[in-house]
Design a binder for this molecule. Structure first.
Ligand SMILES: *Cc1c(COP(=O)(O)O)cnc(C)c1O
Length: 382
């Protein structure tokens, strides 16, 4: 490590004003489900251009709530790109439905709209797009397909808060959009997530779902007495706390600045990597802005150097490279329970052999970027 500090691939930033915001809630009357949750929901949905925000305890809980709101039944199918974190597909399974894995395009690793039509059956209920690395998927093309077949369009936007497509914010591009506030994501609440929608009924459904399936109809309560509540369907405890919401509100104020910094860092990588043979950054699609949760390059195997040897060399030089992701359909659970197999989804499987996530977070210094590139060149050898 030559005495240099380890550079993680992602990292949260907590400032004094974040800490003050949390302490203020700790001294107040409400620790959970008080005024800060509603305030945070309104702030994020305003930011993302959606009518409703439903705060939940994680991005995974948000995906689960979204699937529940769509009323999936056993046997129903949901199309999911295989190049994603397992939670995207798991949420479908939580509701007893079946994920059907789609391939991605090789340039940007976004779900390929051209491959989707052939996966649609009379059991298909929804398509989940993943804004891989922070770049919005092709929602215009996806919307044309889902509209034609009467399917819901869901966005796993755990990488892409603050990104835009054709000038429209992620959060307004799908029927349901899910954000994560895990510490490696753009803003954090420790653990946390939120679902965006313009549909009042879907929002109400998810509010019930995160609270044991208990009806929160105030009129009903007023009629019978304040003790009255009814559990109208099966739900979970997926609530976000006021403590977490205060942290999220404080973090959200800094998000535009942090997105700018992430784009600056991406620009430096692009420039410095342009002439390095064997390294190819992912493609930027036209007409959209990128939130850069990840900075992913492809490493072409040659002369004994592979993604794995480059990864190992970076790690031993104190550079926290990573791999996002093992395609979901080749995880042992899916192979066993859903009979998926290697060899069936070629573009994602090939990409998986070559992808490498370089450190990307708003706290990186310019000198960190230089060091990452220096070590990358060294790892590739000559
Ligand atoms: C982080 C992430 C999730 C899960 O979010 P959690 O808040 O960790 O539950 C889901 N999908 C993708 C693509 C993610 O990156």
């Amino acid at each position: 490590m030559e005495g240099d500090a380890f550079i993680p691939y992602g990292r949260q930033q907590i400032d004094d004003d974040d800490i003050d915001a949390v302490v203020e809630v700790l001294r107040s009357d409400w620790l959970t489900t008080g005024p800060k949750v509603a305030e945070f929901e309104e702030a994020v949905s305003d930011f993302a251009g959606a009518r409703h925000g439903v705060a939940v305890s994680s991005g995974t809980a948000g995906l689960h709530a979204a699937m529940a709101a769509l009323d999936l039944e056993p046997g129903d199918e949901v199309i999911v790109p295989t190049m994603t974190f397992a939670a995207t597909a798991n949420a479908v399974v939580f509701q007893g439905a079946t994920p059907v894995f789609a391939d991605v395009d090789s340039g940007a690793l976004l779900v390929d709209p051209n491959g989707i039509a052939s996966l649609i059956t009379d059991r298909t209920r929804a398509v989940i797009a993943v804004d891989y690395a922070g770049q919005p998927a092709d929602y215009t093309e996806l919307r044309a397909i889902t509209a034609e077949h009467g399917l819901a369009l869901v966005s796993d936007a755990c990488h892409s808060i603050g990104a835009t497509l054709a000038g429209r914010s992620v959060g307004s591009l799908a029927d349901l959009t899910v954000f994560s506030f895990h510490p490696v994501k753009h803003i954090t609440t420790g653990e946390g997530g939120m679902v965006m929608t313009d549909d009042r009924a879907l929002a109400d459904r998810m509010r019930r779902f995160r609270n044991h399936g208990i009806s929160t109809d105030h009129h009903q309560r007023a009629e019978v007495g304040t003790w009255f509540y009814e559990m109208v369907e099966l739900g979970y405890n997926y609530r976000l706390t006021d403590i977490q919401s205060a942290l999220g509100l404080s973090q959200l104020q800094k998000l535009p600045r942090w997105l700018d910094r992430r784009n600056q860092i991406a620009g430096m990588y692009r420039e410095r990597l342009a002439d390095i043979r064997g390294i190819a950054p992912l493609e930027m699609r036209p007409d959209r802005s990128h939130a850069y949760h990840l900075y992913v390059v492809r490493v072409a195997a040659k002369a004994g150097k592979t993604r794995d040897t480059v990864f190992a060399a970076l790690r031993s030089a104190g550079v926290g490279a990573n791999v996002h992701y093992i395609p979901v359909h080749i995880h042992p659970y899916y192979e066993r329970e859903f009979s998926t197999a290697k060899g069936s989804i070629p573009v994602a499987e090939q990409a998986y052999e070559e992808i490498l996530s370089l450190p990307m977070h708003h706290g990186l210094e310019d000198s960190d970027v230089d060091r990452v590139v220096h070590e990358l060149v060294r790892a590739l050898g000559s």
